[in-house]
Design a protein around this ligand. Structure first.
Ligand SMILES: *Cc1c(COP(=O)(O)O)cnc(C)c1O
Ligand code: SF4
Length: 381
């Protein structure tokens, strides 16, 4: 039994995806039963036995359960839309999402080990067509990167790229690695959290041939940081893969300072650097998860300076125009020859800040290609 439990393919074959199966692990609440019967159909649900083993069998408010068990609350969402990021508009080819000048998200898989009820890519994951990503569509994406040499950073995402076999994944990584204009490869995968058994020594041996390779994962709660997750992250880190974490801010799951502080400290302990804290998308069926944007800003204000700087993620709102940082601002403003700043614990500091001789305006260089307001000077590289 234990041998099998450690085998990721066994985990995949034995995923929980019916009410009867779930009843064997937890005491299912009426809201969950209703959710499974109604909302469970509109978006795939499946939970690995490993991730299910982290659930509190008696508490429907368990932060693990709430992330993955369908709930009746999903049916009450009058604001959410199916594609809040308008990704459809940003796909030059089917498998590519391009929002930024120098990097793309490349969706190479439509499957995940465990499906999150807050998933930002509900449409792409087990897409409406239901089929998995064809090799032809993946080839198109690779060709797109070849033909657009300004793309220097390719983020493999999905779904979860680690749902593919090592061989298939290696074909993609090696093809991208061979493109001279590609400087950095990244993988976005929740496997270290929901299926840590997937991170085998063989996988890590293969991945480390394609450096510089980064991997970002998604832990949302300290309870997810188990010995298994720790071992998976250690293997990846030992293979020289820098690890980052992208937490989704979820009401009732991790929307308070002490939960977040515990999470980021645990992440640092397992060598995963907190990278982003995401505002939950205004996406169909997620109203019960969403917090006001100010909630994330305040959480960061209570981390910055109060714990290691390395452990403080950037709070962002993802939009059709890219990710927009919405963290607290510590700059009060210029006062004469001084810049007034606020410290982490609320004290004002006036930093001597004279303008360079002869200048009447701050010497700030704009290096973006923003063309919106027309009033700032814009320089292109
Ligand atoms: C998030 C994202 C990226 C990567 O963004 P970083 O801020 O560099 O991590 C690239 N493309 C798309 C479409 C994205 O959503
Ligand atoms: S692992 Fe990521 S892509 Fe998959 S269901 Fe969860 S949020 Fe969506």
């Amino acid at each position: 039994m234990d041998d099998q439990f450690d085998d990721w393919k066994w985990q995949m074959r034995n995923r929980i995806s019916t009410l009867e199966e779930l009843l064997r692990s937890v005491r299912v609440s009426p809201g969950e039963t209703e959710g499974i019967q109604k909302a469970g159909q509109s978006f795939a649900w499946a939970i690995t036995p490993y991730y299910a083993s982290l659930m509190d069998p008696r508490d429907p408010d368990c932060p693990i359960r709430k992330q993955v068990v369908p709930s009746e609350e999903e049916l009450n969402d009058d604001l959410g839309v199916p594609d809040p990021l308008e990704e459809g508009k940003h796909s030059p080819v089917d498998s590519v999402i391009r929002v930024y000048p120098d990097r793309i998200a490349f969706t190479v898989s439509k499957e995940c080990p465990t499906y999150c009820r807050h998933c930002l890519r509900k449409k792409r994951v087990v897409g409406e067509d239901g089929c998995s990503m064809t090799w032809e569509k993946i080839e198109q994406g690779i060709q797109y990167v070849r033909e657009n040499p300004e793309i220097r950073d390719v983020l493999l995402t999905g779904g979860d790229p680690l749902m593919m076999s090592d061989e298939r994944l290696e074909r993609i990584l090696s093809a991208l690695h061979d493109i001279p204009s590609v400087e950095v490869l990244r993988i976005g995968s929740r496997a270290p959290c929901t299926l840590p058994q997937r991170i085998t020594p063989e996988l890590c041996e293969m991945l480390q041939k394609y450096h510089p390779l980064y991997l970002n994962t998604q832990f949302n709660h300290a309870r997810e940081i188990t010995p298994e997750a720790e071992e998976a992250c250690a293997r990846l880190a030992d293979a020289g893969i820098p690890l980052g974490n992208q937490t989704v801010l979820l009401r009732g799951i991790n929307d308070d300072v002490s939960t977040q502080k515990k999470l980021v400290r645990e992440l640092m302990r397992i060598r995963v650097r907190p990278y982003y804290l995401y505002q939950c998308q205004v996406l169909t069926g997620t109203r019960h998860f969403r917090t006001p944007v100010e909630c994330g800003t305040e959480i960061i204000r209570n981390l910055q300076g109060w714990t290691s700087g390395l452990a403080v993620p950037k709070f962002v709102v993802d939009t059709p125009y890219g990710k927009i940082p919405a963290g607290p601002d510590y700059m009060v403003g210029r006062r004469g020859d001084k810049m007034v700043l606020r410290s982490f614990d609320g004290r004002r500091w006036e930093e001597p800040n004279p303008l360079p001789e002869g200048d009447s305006e701050p010497a700030v260089e704009a290096d973006s290609r923003c063309t919106e307001c027309g009033s700032c000077s814009v320089s292109e590289e």
